[in-house]
Design a protein around this ligand. Structure first.
Ligand SMILES: [Zn+2]
Length: 73
C-alpha cells in the first residue's frame, strides 16, 4: 500500500516538473483579454504579472481571450 502511494507520488512529482518545464505557447493579457504568440512584439515581458500562460489556443479561447490581430495566434 505504502509502496503504491510512493510510486504515485513520484509519478505526480515527475509530471509536475515536466509540465512546469514546458514553455507555454501562448500568453493571455488579463488586462486587454487578448492572447498572443509567446514571441509577439506587443508583449512587454516586464509586465509579466498581467500575462496568463496557455498551452493551446483552445485553452485561451475557453478562458474568454480573443486572438491578437498582430501575431494572429
Ligand atoms: Zn500578439
Amino acid at each position: 500500500m505504502l509502496k503504491k502511494f510512493l510510486s504515485m507520488a513520484t509519478l505526480a512529482a515527475v509530471f509536475l516538473v515536466a509540465a512546469h518545464g514546458l514553455a507555454a505557447n501562448y500568453l493571455g493579457n488579463s488586462k486587454s483579454m487578448k492572447f498572443h504568440r509567446y514571441d509577439c512584439s506587443t508583449i512587454k515581458h516586464h509586465n509579466a504579472a498581467h500575462f496568463v500562460e496557455f498551452n493551446t489556443r483552445d485553452e485561451a479561447l475557453a478562458a474568454g481571450y480573443v486572438a491578437c490581430k498582430r501575431c494572429n495566434p
